[in-house]
Ligand binder design. Structure first.
Ligand code: CTP
Ligand code: ZN
Length: 152
């Protein structure tokens, strides 16, 4: 166990553990998944040491099992996140997040003239590259690349 001999955050009986979240995007992940609006028991740890990420965060949500489609929404802010599905205290499945084909909300269109930057309209993009993420705005057709991506 990478967190050392003791669990940094208590084990859960049933639910989902999202590990390897960059510490700096933890609150974005919470927001994207709507964890601030659900009644499930949630524990999290942040600024835990990680060889890969420097500082990582982990979230444990009891009795919650996400649809792939919902979980994949975090790919823009936590591309290396690992999901562990827990049943009866055991890890029964491990999953990685995949960048979806369409992204609604989450990112800002980099085109200052885009309507989404002037009116109260949710951004909508088609993902044209997944490795280094590039998003094509469905309103203005401009490409927003990984380097100039701003998360809303
Ligand atoms: N976990 C948990 N409750 C359990 C079982 C596991 O919260 N009942 C958490 C662990 O704390 C860990 C994650 O789920 O953060 C994955 O567990 P496990 O596969 O045992 O740990 P690792 O071997 O560290 O996983 P990996 O290397 O795949 O990240
Ligand atoms: Zn646009």
């Amino acid at each position: 166990m990478k967190e050392g001999r003791q669990l940094s955050v208590s084990a859960i009986e049933n639910g989902t553990v999202i590990d390897h979240i960059p510490a700096k995007t933890l609150f974005k992940v919470i927001q994207i998944l709507g964890l601030d609006h659900i009644d499930n028991q949630i524990t999290f740890g942040t600024n835990l040491d990680s060889k890969k990420l420097g500082k990582k965060a982990i979230i444990k949500i009891s009795d919650k099992f996400f649809e792939d489609e919902d979980i994949n929404r975090i790919a823009l802010v936590a591309p290396e996140a690992k999901l562990n599905i827990i049943r009866g205290y055991e890890v029964v499945e491990k999953k990685v997040v995949e960048v979806p084909d369409i992204i609604i909300g989450i990112a800002k269109c980099m085109n200052p003239k885009c309507i989404t930057n002037h009116e109260n309209i949710k951004t909508k993009f088609r993902v044209v590259s997944k490795k280094s993420v590039a998003l094509k705005c469905l309103y203005c057709e401009k490409i927003t690349s990984q380097e100039n991506m701003q998360i809303i």
